[in-house]
Write a protein that binds this ligand. Structure first.
Ligand SMILES: NC(=O)c1ccc[n+]([C@@H]2O[C@H](COP(=O)([O-])OP(=O)(O)OC[C@H]3O[C@@H](n4cnc5c(N)ncnc54)[C@H](O)[C@@H]3O)[C@@H](O)[C@H]2O)c1
Length: 353
C-alpha cells in the first residue's frame, strides 16, 4: 500500500492525455504528478512545461530516473502491453488506456507479469462510470429486467481524413489501432459484456473499409451470443454524414427496456420497467449530462477508484483491472477472426489469438 501521494507519470502526451488525464491528475490530491514521457520530444517538452513536471523522451529513461509508484500508458493501442510490462518489471503499478492490447497473447503477457511482480494493472473503461450506465447496471443487478434477452450497441460517429492522417497516421493502421470495432467501440463492447454479465459463447461479424485511405475497418456489424442466452448486436460506423449522431446501448429483458444514448451513452432515452422503483426511476429522469467530448467525465472516477486501491488495498472490484480489460479484447479478437474467415467463432479463444 502506498503511504502519501502516488508518484505518477503519464506516458504519451497526445489527445487523450490533454483531454482527460492531466487535469484529472492535477485536481486529485492523492496523486503527485511528477513526469510526462513521449518519444516526440517537442510534445514531451510542451506538456511537461504546461504541467510543471519533468519531460522524458523514452520509457526506459523515465523508469531509470524517477522513483515512480504508478504510470498511465496513453500511447497508441498496440504499445500498451510492451510499455506496461516495462513498468511492471520495475514494480510500478500500471493503468493502460483502452484497449488493454491488440491481441490476447499480448494482454495475457501483461496480466501475467503484473501478477508475478505483484503490481496492480488497471484498464481505462471510463464509460462504466457514466451516471447513466451506473444506473442501468444497478437495475440489472437488482433483477429489474427479469430474464435478459437482447443488447444492442449502435455507434454512428464521423471520423474524417484528418483524424486518420494526424499523429503519424497510427489510427489508420490495423495492427496498431484497429478500426471502428476496436478504437471507437471498445467501450461499448465492454459495457455490453459488463451489463450482460456472462462470457461470450459465439460471434459472427462482417466488416468493411470504405471512403478513407486506411487499412482499418470503417463500418460493420456483429452478433455475439452470450452463455446466458443474451443475443448482442453491434451496428458500428465512423462514416456517418455529416457528424457524430449516436453512441447508444439498448438492453431488453422480460420485464424492462432501457436505451442509453446521446452521442456517447450520456442520456437515458428509454427507461421502462414492469415494476416501479421510486428512487432509481427518479434518478433516471435526471441522470443525463453533456460531456464536452465523447470521452465523458469517467476518467475522474477512474483515478479516484485507482487511488483507493493503491492507498488502501480496498475497492479492487470497483475498478476495471487487467482481467476485466481482457474481456473486450477477447470479444474483439473473435469478431476479427470471424470477419477474416467468414465463419462464426466459438469462445473461449485460444490464448495466442
Ligand atoms: N478512454 C478514452 O475514451 C480514450 C479516448 C481517446 C484515446 N484513447 C486511447 O488513448 C491512447 C492514446 O490515444 P491519443 O488519441 O491520445 O493518441 P495520440 O497519438 O494523440 O497520442 C499518443 C502519444 O504517444 C506517443 N508515443 C508513441 N509511442 C510512444 C512510446 N513508445 N513511448 C512514449 N510515447 C509514445 C506519441 O508520440 C503521441 O504523442 C490510445 O490507446 C487510445 O485508444 C482513449
Amino acid at each position: 500500500m502506498i503511504k502519501g501521494k502516488i508518484r505518477t507519470a503519464v506516458i504519451g502526451c497526445g489527445r487523450v492525455s490533454r483531454t482527460a488525464h492531466y487535469s484529472t491528475l492535477q485536481e486529485n490530491d492523492d496523486f503527485d504528478f511528477v513526469a510526462v514521457c513521449d518519444t516526440d520530444k517537442s510534445r514531451a517538452d510542451e506538456w511537461a512545461a504546461h504541467n510543471g513536471v519533468k519531460a522524458y523522451y523514452s520509457v526506459k529513461d523515465l523508469l531509470d530516473n524517477e522513483e515512480l509508484d504508478f504510470v498511465t500508458v496513453n500511447a497508441p493501442n498496440a504499445l500498451h502491453p510492451e510499455i506496461g510490462m516495462m513498468a511492471a518489471t520495475r514494480g510500478v503499478h500500471v493503468m493502460c488506456e483502452k484497449p488493454l492490447g491488440m491481441t490476447l497473447k499480448a494482454a495475457d503477457d501483461l496480466i501475467d507479469l503484473c501478477a508475478e511482480k505483484d503490481v496492480h494493472l488497471f484498464t481505462v473503461m471510463q464509460n462504466r462510470f457514466n451516471a447513466t450506465n451506473l444506473l442501468l447496471k444497478r437495475a440489472v443487478d437488482k433483477g429489474r429486467f427479469g430474464k435478459l434477452l437482447t443488447c444492442n450497441v449502435t455507434v454512428r460517429w464521423h471520423r474524417g481524413l484528418a483524424y486518420y492522417s494526424e499523429d503519424n497516421g497510427w489510427r489508420g493502421m490495423k495492427d496498431m489501432a484497429g478500426g471502428v470495432f476496436t478504437n471507437q467501440s471498445v467501450h461499448y463492447i465492454d459495457t455490453m459484456q459488463w451489463l450482460v454479465g456472462a462470457a461470450p459463447k459465439l460471434a459472427f461479424s462482417c466488416m468493411e473499409t470504405s471512403l478513407r485511405p486506411v487499412d482499418v475497418e470503417t463500418h460493420g456489424s456483429g452478433i455475439i451470443k452470450f452463455e446466458n442466452g443474451v443475443i448482442g448486436t453491434l451496428d458500428l460506423t465512423v462514416l456517418t454524414y455529416p457528424d457524430d449522431l449516436e453512441g447508444s446501448i439498448t438492453l431488453m429483458g422480460e420485464n424492462g427496456t432501457v436505451k442509453v444514448g446521446g452521442k456517447s451513452m450520456n442520456k437515458i432515452l428509454e427507461w421502462d420497467f414492469a415494476e416501479p422503483d421510486a428512487e432509481d426511476d427518479k434518478m433516471a429522469m435526471s441522470s443525463d449530462y453533456e460531456p464536452p467530448t465523447v470521452y465523458g467525465f469517467g476518467h475522474i472516477e477512474m483515478y479516484r477508484r485507482v487511488a483507493t486501491v493503491l492507498k488502501t488495498g480496498e475497492g479492487v472490484d470497483d475498478v476495471p483491472d487487467g482481467k476485466e480489460g481482457r474481456k473486450a479484447v477477447e470479444i474483439l479478437c473473435g469478431l476479427y477472426q470471424s470477419d477474416e474467415t467468414e465463419l462464426p467463432v466459438h469462445f473461449p479463444l485460444k490464448a495466442e489469438s
